[in-house]
Design a protein. Sequence first.
Length: 256
Amino acid sequence: MKKILALVKKDLISIYLSPLGALVLVSYFIMASYFFMNFLGNYNLALKKASAVQNLELSNINFNSFVIENYYLSLFVLMIFIIPLLISKSLTDEKILNMSDILFTYPITNLEIALGKLISLFVFLFNLIIIASLMPITLGFFVKVDFLILLSAIIALSFSGLAILAVTLAITVFSRSSLASSFLAFIFLVFLFSLEMISSQINSNFVGLLNYLSPILQFKPFLRGLIKIDSLIYFSSILLVGVVFFSKGIGAIRRS
């Protein structure tokens, strides 16, 4: 456990003190602010239109569905861009500081290296999620917000982000180039997040499978406060498969 924590500490210091880490933080906050203000503006516009129309119940204009659901779904999709940057940053530091050779010869297991890398990147990703969540949390003191749904969205975004981060690391572990790893991670995530759109455009026996494999469709129920066993199994399986193959990939590199 001490070896994992030491690796996590090293990676976090490297990420937070790097220009790319600061750029990711600022960029993520700017994009999150844009999405939040846009959805909040749509909500206010819907309220104005509803109040101008007779016999239209204002209760049908729900803040959670207009703002919270769309906002956290947008944050989820932003991982297409954030995760490749984080992976590229981590791999670049390893090569510049020649830490890869040190790690692979140090008395530490493949699983410990995999967990250390995954946890450090997830901690940074979780910090991004918390920063982005400050806006709806603060607004909740002035507008009626279902904090249980908000908490469900934060937990779901964190857990699904951890799972997708793990499987993306497993996909890119064999790449020797940080740029290639970043590009491969981006292509993989674009394909993964496009499964919902692909399934809606085809008519075959594979539609059900594509819908199940779509992270967006598995993520959406959590935004309504629904806990589906299928979704939990889906993200748990991705996390487990990602950790196992990432660890196996590290082992293969150490033996080569």
